[in-house]
Design a protein around this ligand. Structure first.
Ligand code: PCA
Length: 324
């Protein structure tokens, strides 16, 4: 009797030591935007949902604000397994593969409805590409529509000539070139500082980033151009995902689908809310003049043409799927 009890306790001890009883996996999730940004808030909810649904077997720690990796390094970190999972701005990787930049092209998809359509056309090829790179796409959420922030009032694109223009992607740099501005790449995490030191006089981004980085402290004019809605994507290293047991994998996929739905709704709400915050902080918020709008649309048409020339038949097929 006593002997048997001893055996059982020994067995329990061995199981605990081997990690069998309390098997727990920990993932790091680098993200580039501040903790209060709606994408980051959504990521924390996603992590909490996974924790709960997996019965505590998978713990995901979100590292917002580019605290673990800088924005342009996150994709490679996930691919190489330095981070198991991460959040990337797809459009930032356009030079690597043109399809990544499809949602960063001005005036291709300018409303939430069109962005959803574009995402549907983009998603299968994104999944294929990321899979070839040893990763899996979990979900993607659009930023609110991109408008122009400027130090001075802007009546037409000519007013942007020579201005120091902050870019966050190849496309936002290209816009600067086409309007004769001087592009300087600055990640969101460094944007406030860049403004304070005067290296940025204009840029295109969302109301969300306008509030995150307090753009109203330096740029007094906002033109609600609604030119495109770039997406953040949450990607996971395939080996890390495959190492999970089936029920935990299912928990991740389900929580991701919920985060996607929640994120798109949050984006729309944030779009409205942040316009009010910008205004309350003294910004002049206007629709673009007919001239400015026409100028920017021309820039967009040029860029879609350039993109298509580089993207080839794969790009054309995606555009056809989007427009059908
Ligand atoms: N904010 C990010 C990307 C798009 C957006 O709205 C940024 O400005 O870096």
């Amino acid at each position: 009797m006593q002997r048997r009890a001893l055996h059982l306790s020994l067995l329990a001890g061995l199981l605990a030591v081997s990690g069998f009883v309390s098997a727990q996996t920990k993932w790091d999730l680098p993200a580039a935007y501040p903790a209060t940004n709606f994408h980051s808030v959504n990521l924390n909810q996603f992590a909490a949902d996974v924790d709960k649904a997996s019965g505590g077997k998978l713990k995901i720690t979100v590292h917002p604000g580019a605290s673990l990796f800088k924005a342009p390094e996150i994709k490679r970190a996930v691919q190489g397994g330095q981070a198991q999972i991460g959040e990337i701005l797809l459009a930032a990787y356009q030079n690597e593969w043109q399809m990544f930049g499809a949602d960063g092209l001005p005036f291709l998809a300018t409303s939430y409805d069109d962005s959803v359509k574009l995402y549907k056309a983009q998603r299968p090829i994104l999944e294929k590409k990321l899979s070839e790179q040893g990763m899996k796409l979990l979900y993607a959420v659009a930023w609110p529509p991109q408008g122009i922030y400027s130090k001075k009032p802007i009546q037409s694109a000519a007013d942007l000539k020579g201005s120091k223009w902050r870019a966050y992607s190849p496309s936002t740099s290209r816009i600067a070139e086409l309007v004769g501005a001087q592009p300087v790449t600055v990640q969101a995490a460094e944007l406030s500082q860049a403004l304070a030191t005067g290296v940025v006089e204009a840029n295109m981004t969302s109301g969300a980033t306008g509030v995150d980085s307090k753009l109203y402290e330096h740029l007094k004019y906002y033109y609600d151009v609604q030119a495109w809605l770039p997406k953040n994507a949450i990607i996971v290293n395939k080996k890390a995902f495959d190492a999970l047991d089936k029920s935990t994998q299912d928990a991740v996929v389900k929580a991701a689908a919920e985060a996607e739905t929640r994120g798109w709704a949050a984006s729309q709400k944030v779009n409205t809310d942040t316009m009010a915050v910008l205004k309350a902080n003294g910004m002049t918020i206007q629709a673009p003049s007919a001239q400015l709008k026409a100028d920017m649309q021309k820039v967009g048409a040029t860029m879609v043409k350039e993109w298509l020339a580089k993207a080839g038949p794969e790009g054309q097929a995606m555009l056809d799927a989007f427009r059908k």
